[in-house]
Design a protein around this ligand. Sequence first.
Ligand code: NAD
Length: 475
Amino acid sequence: MKVSLLEAQMLSDLSVASGGNTAALVAGLRAYFRSGATVELSWRRRQLNQLRKMLSENESRFIQALGEDLHKAPQEAYLTEIAFLYADIEHTLKHLKRWVRPRKVSSPLLTQPANSYIQPEPLGVVLIIGAWNYPLQLLLSPLVPAIAAGNCAVVKPSELAPSISQLIAELLPRYLDHDAFACVEGAAAETSKLLEQRWDHIMYTGGARVGRIVMAAAVEHLTPVTLELGGKSPCIVADDADIELAARRIAWGKFTNAGQTCIAPDYVLCTRHTADLLVPAIQQAVTKMFGEDPQKSSDYGRIVNSRHTLRLADLLSGGDVIYGGEVDADNRYIAPTLMRCVDLEASVMQDEIFGPILPVVELDDFGKVEGFVNQREKPLALYIFTKSDSLAERILSSCSSGNACVNDCMMFMLAQDLPFGGVGASGMGCYHGEHGFKTFSHYKAVMKRKNILDVNLRYAPYSKRKFSLLRMLQK
Ligand code: NAD
C-alpha cells in the first residue's frame, strides 16, 4: 500500500500531538516508510551526513554528558564513542552505493531466458534499544546501518545514562528527518509499551534477562531480532606470551570504562607460573595508567549506579583480593581489582562481572584450557595471548565465541569489515559495516523471465518423453 506524503505527514503530526502515543508514533513512521521517501539513496546519505553533523556540532556536549553518566574521561569518550561513530558513518557512506546494488546470479537452463538477481530492500520500521555502558555508541551505531538500509527507526536510549538519553532526545529530531526517526526515552514501562508494537526488526543491546523479554514480545508479531548480549569472556594467557605487553593490553581492556564493557576480558586463565608473572605486571600497568590512587585519576571511570556498585562489591567475597578491592559506594567507585584463588562456584565466576574486577584462574595443566572454556556458555569475546600461531589456531578452532582476538583485547571492534555479535548465550545476529546493512535489509530474490520462449516440459499432460527430456536438462 502506498501512502501519500501528505497522509504520512498527517499521521506523523498526530503522533506528536498525541503526546507520545506509541501506537500513533509507529503508525506515522510506517506511513512515511510506505511513502517511499526512505528508499532514495540521496535521502539515506543526507540522514547519515546529518547524523555526523549532529555529533560534530555537539561533540563537547556529548563528552560532557558521558562524563556525567559514567565519569568517562574526554579522550576515552571521544575514542570509544564519538570517533567510533565517525568511522562507522564514513565507512557506510563510502560503500553504500555498492551495498544497495542488486547482485546478479545465474539462472538455470530451464528458466532461460531470464535474469536473476538479489535486491536488498529496507525492512520498514525498526526498534533499537540501547544499553548504558557505551550509551551513545551502542544506540547510534545500529542506527547507522538502519538508515543506510532505508528504514525508519525508533531509538530507545538507556535510562541508566540519563544525560546522554536527554541529549539524544533533544538533538535527534533537530538533525534527522523527524518523519522517519524518533527517540523514545524511558525505562522498563516505556520499553514494554514499545515492545507491544509491531516492528520489522528489533535490535536490542543489554543483558540476557531483558533479551528474553524482547524475544518473547517479538514472537507475537514474528519480528526478527538481533540480540547483542554479554557473558563471561575468557582471556587465556599461555606460558610463552609476552607478559609485559599482555598485561598492558589486558589492563586497558579490563579497566577502560571501569570494566563496564561487554567485550572486556572477564577473567584470566593461565598456569600458576604465568599468574605469578602476570599479576604484578598488570598491577604495574594499572599504576601507569591511573596512578597509585585511581580514585584521584580523572581518567578512571565510575560504576553506573549504586545498585551495580553494591553488586560488584559482593563479588569480592568469591576469592582472595590481592590488589585493589577498595569500594567507595557513595561515589560509585571500585578500584581496579585483581583476585586469585577464586571459588568457581561463587558469583564472581558464575555471573558476568561487568566491572573492574579481574579474577586470575590458575590451571594445573594448560592443556585443560579449552575444556574450561567449553564447559561454559559460548562467550561474546575470547582472548588468547601467545607467541605460538599453532596454539592460537588450536584454541580458536576448538572454542566457539562471538568474536576473538589474539594478543590483544577488544581491538577487533575497529575493523569495520568484521561482524560484531554473539553466539549462543552471548547473542544472535550481528552488525558493523556491511553486516549491519544486511541485518536491516531483506535480500529479495528476483527472477525476470522473458516472454519469447515457453518450454512446455513442466506442463501436464506429462509423458515419458517429457520426463526423460526433463532429466536430461537437469543433469
Ligand atoms: P539492561 O538489560 O538492564 O537494559 C538494556 C535495555 O533494556 C535498556 O534500554 C532498558 O531500558 C531496557 N529494559 C530494562 N528492563 C526492561 C524490562 N523489564 N522490559 C523491557 N525493557 C527493559 O542492561 P544491563 O543488563 O544492565 O546491561 C548490561 C549487559 O548488557 C551486560 O550483560 C553486557 O555484557 C551487555 N551488553 C552487551 C553489549 C553488546 O554489544 N553485545 C553491549 C553493552 C552491554
